[in-house]
Design a protein around this ligand. Structure first.
Ligand SMILES: [Cu+2]
Length: 180
């Protein structure tokens, strides 16, 4: 009798804990894209700014902080770009890296990362960038978890050819146009 009563209260505690953890997971940070550096919302409160990038989002195309400012990271055509996402609350589900050539439009998957939220910690990979140069391109991290939540982070990048073949012959013309 005592034994069954004890096990009942234990299961109640487990239930309450699971409920609390469930509640916490609804409102707290799940993860953030660390590399390349992302856009963050125009927001004075730094903690809120980070939370907006961590939280599930329904805002397209880049999530709650995705319309904010951010650094521009420059790569060479076809370069191997390090990507890193830090999972803080795991929910299994596929994640991927997408690429937009301009204006956050027509995102195309360039790498499937597999299960992102299986465990906490860093998900890292090297992604081969397109060979075609672009000035205002976007890298998007996308994660769909098994609860139907969606996480999006966007990073501004440029792909710049340091010595473009088709511009070498015109270098004299370009020099004459320079002001310095
Ligand atoms: Cu959650």
């Amino acid at each position: 009798m005592y034994q069954s009563k004890k096990s009942l209260s234990f299961s109640q505690i487990v239930f309450v804990l699971a409920f609390l953890i469930g509640l916490v997971s609804q409102v707290s940070a799940h993860g953030i894209f660390l590399a390349p550096p992302i856009r963050l919302a125009h927001e004075k409160d730094n903690a809120k700014k980070i939370m907006l990038a961590n939280d599930p989002t329904t805002e397209m195309p880049c999530g709650a902080g995705g319309n904010g400012s951010g650094p521009v990271t420059t790569y060479m055509p076809g370069e191997e770009m390090l990507v890193a996402y830090n999972v803080t609350i795991p929910h299994p589900g596929p994640c991927k890296i997408e690429f937009s050539k301009k204006d956050d439009k027509h995102f195309m998957p360039i790498m499937e990362l597999g299960e992102c939220g299986a465990q906490t910690g860093l998900v890292t990979s090297f992604v081969t960038l397109p060979h075609e140069p672009c000035d205002e391109c976007t890298i998007r991290f996308s994660w769909n978890d098994n609860l139907g939540n969606w996480y999006l982070n966007c990073a501004n990048i440029q792909i710049v050819d340091p010595m473009p073949m088709h511009k070498r012959r015109r270098s004299s013309t370009r020099k004459s146009r320079r002001n310095n």
